[in-house]
Design a protein around this ligand. Structure first.
Ligand SMILES: NC(=O)c1ccc[n+]([C@@H]2O[C@H](COP(=O)([O-])OP(=O)(O)OC[C@H]3O[C@@H](n4cnc5c(N)ncnc54)[C@H](OP(=O)(O)O)[C@@H]3O)[C@@H](O)[C@H]2O)c1
Length: 281
């Protein structure tokens, strides 16, 4: 089978990851193993998981069954909000590794800042030490606002290399992306396809798909790529997994990028999860 070569991006600490990876929320059990293994067979070389997806075992099994060697398959997991205390965080990372039966994660992120609890700096210190101990190679965060990132910098002197945030045409995160770019923090887009809840049937996206002879998902993922964001679309279908990877043979014009930018709305988040107030444990 021909495997697509996916362009890579270099994170500030030197880790190179593909600009498209595979999302795995809800992919569990033997069906999950099949879906993740097929993604690896199709050429995905970055897999996103989390302690709270309860599928790190599934992920590890798919990796063992799949054709990619461990060192060519960066794997991400994330620390849940209930384990932001230092000792709990270290144990959670170790537990994640035991579940996945892996020796290390390439990327480990704090899943949500949970600012009302206010313990994300402590969690960040644990991630810094987990990296020193070799449990993880690169450390980052998810759903952090600039104010949370600034606090990490002020209190530890170390900024994350990546921030995984909600980003799709209905909520395009333009100011947060600019802020991160100025500080060398790569933006990774979660739910890039709006979780299958209507974006792909949007008139503007469908018209562009027609004009470029591409599918709506390819238009959307190409838009992310041209904005410099890493995407992690999820699909349980091998056909759609391959479709989502095939975004490198064409380019959206500046005007068309602006048309898609114009779909963004202040209330465009999927489930109104504003990290300033929303918490997840
Ligand atoms: N850090 C965070 O807080 C956070 C939050 C949410 C998600 N995430 C991560 O981001 C990943 C991606 O987000 P997501 O899973 O929420 O949603 P998504 O990738 O935006 O959308 C997935 C949905 O789109 C459908 N789909 C995929 N490709 C398609 C195509 N080419 N044409 C039509 N439909 C298509 C899938 O259905 P089929 O399976 O039937 O193809 C599925 O229902 C997650 O899996 C997870 O790893 C992180």
């Amino acid at each position: 089978m021909m495997v697509l070569e996916i362009p890579k991006i270099r994170l500030r600490d030197g880790l190179e990851i593909p600009v498209i990876g595979f999302g795995t929320v809800f992919l569990k059990g033997s069906e999950g193993v099949l879906a993740i293994r097929s993604a690896i067979e199709d050429g995905y070389r970055l897999i996103d998981s989390a302690y709270n997806y309860e599928n790190e075992g599934t992920l590890g099994e798919a990796i063992r069954q799949g054709p990619a060697s461990r060192n060519e398959l960066p794997v991400t997991s994330k620390l849940p909000g209930r384990y932001h205390g230092y000792d709990e965080a270290i144990k959670a990372i170790e537990e994640s590794l035991f579940r996945a039966q892996l020796d290390y994660f390439d990327l480990y992120l704090i899943h949500w800042p949970n600012p009302k609890e206010g313990k994300y700096v402590e969690a960040w210190k644990a991630l810094i030490d987990a990296k020193k101990r070799g449990l993880v190679r690169s450390i980052g965060v998810s759903n952090f606002l600039p104010e949370h990132l600034e606090r990490l910098d002020k209190e530890t002197g170390e900024l994350p290399v990546i921030n995984q945030i909600e980003m799709h045409p209905f909520f395009n995160q333009s100011s947060q992306r600019r802020w991160q770019e100025e500080r060398g923090i790569v933006t990774e887009a979660w739910s890039p396809l709006f979780r299958g809840r209507g974006l792909l049937g949007d008139e503007t996206i469908m018209a562009l798909a027609d004009a470029y002879g591409k599918t709506p998902a390819q238009i959307v993922l190409r838009w992310h790529h041209q904005h410099g964001a890493v995407t992690i679309p999820r699909s349980s279908s091998p056909e759609r997994q391959r479709e989502n990877l095939s975004i490198f043979g064409f380019e959206l014009s500046g005007d068309d990028m602006k048309k898609i930018d114009g779909l963004s709305r202040p209330d465009g988040r999927i489930d109104d999860q504003d990290p300033a107030v929303y918490q997840e444990f």
